[in-house]
Write a protein that binds this ligand. Structure first.
Ligand SMILES: Nc1ncnc2c1ncn2[C@@H]1O[C@H](COP(=O)(O)OP(=O)(O)OP(=O)(O)O)[C@@H](O)[C@H]1O
Ligand SMILES: [Mg+2]
Length: 492
């Protein structure tokens, strides 16, 4: 599940959806916040204007009352009664008004919506400032549990001052309206985000579908390595994806053509190689069998035609027999090469086997002053093998090595266990094998030796035997440095 999500995030579709959704969310949110703060400002401004209007109307009314009082048209009690009545009336008309107070020029409270304040000295700083400066002040504060806007307005005509009016209007209603707008905007942001996300997801899916299909087809071809693999027909499109499809199909066709061409070339090459091998094999067999056959034919001719003494006859019969033996040996080697002869496997201790074989090489090696080094690991268990056939392999490789090594060289035989296999290396410090003939040395009848010295069957027969044992034979050689033949034989 987590892995699928990770893959989705890193896909083109996932990245596009995430980035687009994030951008839409951020833009809608920022836009809404800007609009909300603007509307909040306007609402507040409107509210303060309303508060100013109320205070201005009240101020005019109350200033009149003060003038009447000054002119003796109203006595003090009438003024106080009027003020109480006015305050009560005002608060009934506008429920947002939390308190109203009228203060005389000395700072004494003449009337208050809260009766207990009557007659006290006003301690409110902004009001006292209004009394001294004759200017309206607007402040915000708490009144009981409410936030209120306080307006303190002077009751004056020009420089004649009778006191001040103080009104507190609750901002609760306006705050509620602002909160309502905020909620509305939040819902709009969520709604738009969901709608955009849905549209983007569907759009991205529709757009990405052909690309995903194309990439799956490519993946399929890559996984199976089969260019001829069939896939659903791709719909024709006129957009960029259509162009991509066409390019892909064009490239696939080119690859298919190139692949066919390559296979054809390889077939021809294989055929040619086979022909060369068969030719070499045929000429080798012909050459190897022809010599003893000619000898035999000559002997027979002499035996039939000439009047020979017994000892000559016997010599000729021996010569015929030798020729036949030679032919028999070649046929046997050919059989080994074609793996038709029977293999009889018995448990063999490879180190003992090699030590026994090397005894045969002591004399020829010492004659050429070649040092034979045994580096045999003691950790190798007995292995199942046809001892006679394997002896042929080792004899051939060792004889080749001795023949290739000059006076004073070294021949090293090393055995090592290797992951269920036994690795046997035969290292000589001989002339080495030139790189141009190295690929041919396992071919039947390939030899660089003089006529009569080698048949060229040694290594090809050896490889056949080693493969019969489930192993392999490799060669590594450098001209002038030496050659290493490595056999890998399974232990069990
Ligand atoms: N240790 C070696 N150093 C250099 N050349 C080698 C070595 N082993 C093999 N060769 C080359 O590989 C050729 C093929 O070897 P292979 O054993 O198949 O045939 P051969 O030795 O020529 O004849 P045969 O083994 O039938 O007597 C050799 O003629 C020789 O040129
Ligand atoms: Mg040989």
């Amino acid at each position: 599940m987590i892995e699928r999500f990770r893959r989705w995030i890193f896909s083109l579709q996932g990245k596009f959806i995430l980035v687009a959704s994030f951008c839409i969310f951020v833009f809608t949110l920022t836009g809404s916040l800007i609009i909300i703060s603007r509307e909040e400002r306007l609402y507040r401004q409107d509210f303060i204007n309303q508060a100013k209007v109320i205070s201005e109307i009240s101020r005019l009314m109350l200033t009149n009352v003060m003038v009447y009082n000054d002119l003796g048209m109203m006595d003090k009690q009438d003024v106080v009664d009027y003020l109480d009545y006015y305050i009560m009336n005002l608060m009934e008309q506008d429920r947002r008004i939390r308190y109203v107070a009228v203060i005389d020029e000395k700072g004494n409270i003449l009337a208050h919506s809260n009766i207990s304040e009557f007659g006290h000295l006003c301690k409110d700083e902004p009001t006292l400032k209004t009394l001294s400066t004759l200017s309206t002040s607007i402040t915000e504060s708490k009144f009981k549990d409410d936030s209120v806007v306080n307006i303190a307005a002077p009751l004056n005509i020009s420089t004649k001052n009778w006191g001040a009016l103080r009104i507190g209007l609750s901002t609760k209603e306006v705050q509620e309206s602002i909160d309502g707008i905020k909620k509305e905007r939040a819902l709009i942001v969520i709604f738009f985000s969901i709608i955009s996300l849905t549209i983007i997801s569907v759009g991205a899916k529709v757009l990405a579908k052909p690309v995903i299909r194309l990439s799956k087809i490519m993946d399929g071809i890559k996984t199976h390595g089969d260019l001829e693999r069939q896939f659903p027909v791709l719909k024709d499109r006129r957009d960029e994806i259509g162009k991509l499809q066409n390019s892909f199909l064009w490239m696939l066709q080119r690859l298919r053509d190139a692949d066919k061409e390559h296979k054809k070339t390889m077939e021809v090459l294989g055929q040619t190689e086979k022909m060369v091998s068969i030719g070499r094999l045929a000429s080798g067999v012909a050459h190897e069998i022809n010599n003893p056959l000619s000898g035999i034919a000559l002997c027979f001719k002499n035996l039939m035609e000439a009047d020979l003494d017994d000892s000559t006859k016997e010599r000729l019969v021996h010569a015929v027999n030798d020729g036949l033996e030679k032919i028999k040996k070649i046929v046997e080697q050919l059989l080994d090469f074609s793996r038709m002869s029977v293999t009889e496997k018995t448990p063999v201790n490879i180190n003992d086997f090699i030590t026994r074989l090397l005894v045969l090489f002591n004399y020829p090696a010492s004659k050429k002053e070649i040092k034979v080094v045994n580096d045999l690991s003691g950790d190798i268990p007995e292995m199942l093998m046809d001892e006679n056939k394997m002896a042929q392999v080792f004899m051939n490789i060792l004889i080749n090595a001795l023949q290739a090594t000059d006076m004073g060289g070294t021949l090293t035989i090393r055995t090592r266990p290797d992951n269920g296999f036994c690795t046997i290396s035969i290292v000589d410090t001989g002339i080495g094998i030139p790189p141009d003939i190295l690929p041919n040395i396992f071919d039947p009848f390939f030899t660089t030796k003089d006529v009569g010295e080698g048949t060229g069957l040694g290594l090809s027969v050896s490889r056949g035997i080693v493969e019969q044992h489930g192993g392999m034979i490799e060669v590594d050689s450098k001209v002038g440095v030496g050659t290493t033949f490595t056999l890998r034989l399974p232990i069990s």
